[in-house]
Design a protein around this ligand. Sequence first.
Ligand code: MLT
Ligand code: ZN
Length: 477
Amino acid sequence: MRNRNTKIQQELAAITGESHVLTNDDLTAAYLKERRGRFDSETMCVVLPASVEEVSEIVRLCRKRNQPIVPQGGNTGVCGGAVSNAESVIVNLQRLNRIRSVDQTGYTMEVESGCILADLQFAAIDNDLYLPLSLGAEGSCQIGGNLSTNAGGVNVLRYGNTRDLVLGLEVVLPDGNVWNGLNSLRKNNTGYDLKNIFIGAEGTLGIITAAVLKLFPRPVNRSTVMIAIESVPDALELFSRTRKETSDFASSFELMSRVCVESAFRHIPECSDFFPGRVYPWYVLLELGDSTDGGISQQLNERFLERAFEDGIILDAVLAQNENQSMQMWRLREAIVECQNYEGKSIKNDVSVPLSNIAEFIDRTISSAESMIPGVRSFAYGHIGDGNIHFNLSQPENMDGDAFFDQWYAVTDEVHEIADSLGGSFSAEHGIGLLKTRDMTRYKSTVELDIMKSIKSALDPDNIMNPGKVLPSGLCD
Ligand code: MLT
Ligand code: ZN
């Protein structure tokens, strides 16, 4: 085995240059970190190609050697999709980081997979355009990873999911061939939509090396507001009114429970209460944006808030008066992920249910979780406008962390059962990775699994591309 590994490492080095094949533990460590501390990751080596041609040669070689590959971007995923074992080669795309072109007339940009998401957002702004994909990890995640996981984020409400932002793709297939599907047309109705097979496939069907993304007018006028409300049904009523009364100008509608914001105040120094001295059970962070000359978002927001207040839908609201205040509001929302790290271990759920069932979902899951694990603290928050709730549970103060983690599947099974019974999904935006393959067997029909298996075995008959991810093991062996 050792000789085999050394030989493959040498062959990889012949493709990328020796310095781009990492074997030393100190150098590989950064690629083996797993954000949630849920899985251990190892690797035979990490290879860093710099071009699509190099990716293609690497995959061709691995196919010949029957060598498993784990494609990897910024390694910020939360379901273990980029976790590797000691026999696998990690192919990290960080050196494919060119913005190939920006088309100001067509509102598109062609980018390579290893570009950091925040860099692409800035590049769009430099061209007076807007890339709406936005999520907590945007300073380190790579666009290839975003596309491979179909990551969601905070602007899905107005601009659609990640897959809706993609016009074309370039993909290295599991046999090393390159599919150039770098379409930039809005209309191209010519048979199967191949790009959507690869988006959300988490590297199990090939390696995305480049993409053509849709851009939008830059919402130069943004109006952000922090709203206090009494209950989840009130949040939903507010959401429905927001859509109607602001003519669908809202780009984000985020819900946070008091437990969440209190934890942020406790642990993240730059987070402070927008309603000092007043305690409310639920909060909504709403943002409207437009690119008109006079800027209508602020006016729309003010009028709409006044009416909601008069009608008793909202308890209190603070409208950001400047960019800095808007950023502080977003900092609070983003801190909710971070502050849970200070609350001990946490069991995470990322589900969606039809909007009309959100309140019931939250009530039922809180009471189930608290009866299964007495003393557990429920963090309910998320992109409620998309029906997407992050229902996370923090370790009880008097319980050992490992004993708490032993409850992971019992609790998440219950949460997923409740979501399913309400017409929901066990994974709204984080994908499947390693974490949720067992749910694929539970909730996907045989017909769906058979279609997925057929696609997988047609493209990757030797199962070398990210084996064990997305599809339950046994299905592709
Ligand atoms: C969020 O919306 O904050 C994230 O999707 C949650 C997470 O990364 O766990
Ligand atoms: Zn989220």
